[in-house]
Design a protein around this ligand. Structure first.
Ligand code: SF4
Length: 403
């Protein structure tokens, strides 16, 4: 592990794990896991299928195809899997039918509320005991849910508590979608802040960020199916706007290209955190596969294909990646790829006293922003709403909790 060094007057802290040992591959580099370990498959669920596949399944069961739409309406629109609420279905065999199509996928183990109830963090247990999190946040005019795409993660970032345990498995499409349906139920039941209003029945999650556990582009096929269900109009899906869905990656360049070609204009965010390969190789081990320039090219190509402005996420970590020259280098690299295609979101890391992973000083944060803005790059210093969720993939906070 590299030791701290001094570059001129500026301290350079090198990334390293604290309290855990990073798994290495045979070449002694941080291990990257792209393939999901084989485990018992989660039960098949209505949300795993497209509308046509659902209709075909119902017909196979000897029922008219419109029953599929009725059940989908209960699940996606009314956020329920309870047969007792589905009185438009024939009573005979209803419980068995619903149990087969809407098996329980997520068991709520724990709920943490912060921000006076406006932020709720859920810990879910999956059918095989694997654990994932989602975080629900009420903002003025929108409700955002941060969701997980994998149990664990194979990207092995040294700051990340999720990464240290490696990849447990990919989530199924329905396990991804069900995080949203469960959150919609919580909102409809009036359990998310905003207590003054009495009727929450019309409120739903409006924005999704794939910044919970996992690297979404490493579970590409299931994540894409889940997104298609999110944007499918009711009753076939959740009827959400693609613009309100943010897919965030540490930089799997070929998959970024694939996403750009899907024709679904989701918002794309690249967790960059360093503009130079020397630091990023250590901070984000997948950088050993796809270098800074290659992922920035892929991000620019995403903009060209979708006309959606790309977000660059940059966690400001004291003395590690917050130097003025790095802001300048980032600005140069972004401007070299054109104007108006990107904005930068620096996010001060939550302070962790005594850790090398700690927040930049406020004057350093503002200097970083100032330098980018001086180069004409729109830059927004993000707040650290809901202490649990800020950071790279939402997981800097997990490191925070365990440090
Ligand atoms: S920071 Fe994100 S990509 Fe890196 S190990 Fe953690 S969850 Fe995976």
């Amino acid at each position: 592990m590299a030791s701290d060094a001094v570059q001129g007057e500026i301290r350079q802290v090198r990334p390293k794990t604290e309290g855990w040992k990073q798994k290495l591959d045979t070449d002694g580099r941080p291990l990257l896991q792209f393939a999901s370990p084989k485990r018992g498959k989660p039960p098949e669920h209505l949300a795993d299928f497209t509308a046509d596949e659902r209709a075909a399944k119902i017909t196979e069961l000897g029922m008219p195809a419109f029953r599929a739409k009725q059940i989908a309406t209960h699940y996606f629109t009314h956020s329920t899997s309870d047969p007792a609420e589905m009185t438009d279905l024939p009573a005979a065999g209803r419980a068995e039918l619903v149990a087969g199509l809407l098996p329980p996928l997520l068991t709520e183990l724990r709920r943490l509320e912060t921000d006076k109830g406006d932020t709720i963090k859920f810990l879910w247990k999956l059918h095989d005991g694997a654990l994932v999190e989602s975080v629900l946040m009420r903002y003025p005019g929108r409700i955002t849910l941060c969701i997980s795409s994998q149990a664990g993660c194979g990207m092995n970032c040294p700051f990340c508590a999720t990464g240290q345990a490696g990849l447990t498995r990919n989530l199924s499409t329905a396990e991804i979608v069900d995080q949203i349906v469960r959150a919609n139920r919580v909102i409809a039941d009036g359990q998310l802040g905003g207590k003054k209003k009495t009727d929450h029945s019309m409120e739903r999650v409006s924005n999704i960020v794939f910044m919970g556990m996992g690297e979404p582009l490493a579970n590409y096929a299931r994540v894409l199916r889940a997104i298609r269900t999110m944007v499918a109009p009711a009753p076939d899906g959740l009827g959400m706007s693609a613009r309100g869905i943010t897919v965030s990656t540490v930089g799997l360049a070929p998959a970024i290209g694939k996403l750009a070609a899907e024709g679904i204009p989701v918002t794309f965010a690249l967790s960059l955190h360093a503009p130079d390969d020397e630091l990023r190789d250590e901070l984000i081990p997948v950088n050993s596969r796809w270098k800074v320039d290659e992922v920035l090219d892929a991000a620019r190509a995403y903009f060209d294909a979708t006309k959606r402005r790309v977000s660059i996420e940059y966690a400001l970590i004291k003395d590690m990646n917050d130097h003025g020259w790095r802001a300048d280098l980032l600005g140069e690299k972004l401007n070299a790829r054109g104007r108006g295609w990107v904005h930068v979101n620096p996010i001060p890391l939550n302070p962790t006293p005594g850790s090398i992973w700690t927040a930049s000083e406020p004057d350093v944060q503002w200097e970083f922003v100032r330098r980018l803005e001086a180069m004409g790059i729109p830059t927004t210093l993000r707040d650290t709403r809901g202490k649990e969720i800020d950071g790279a993939c939402g997981q800097l906070a997990a490191a925070d909790e365990t440090a």
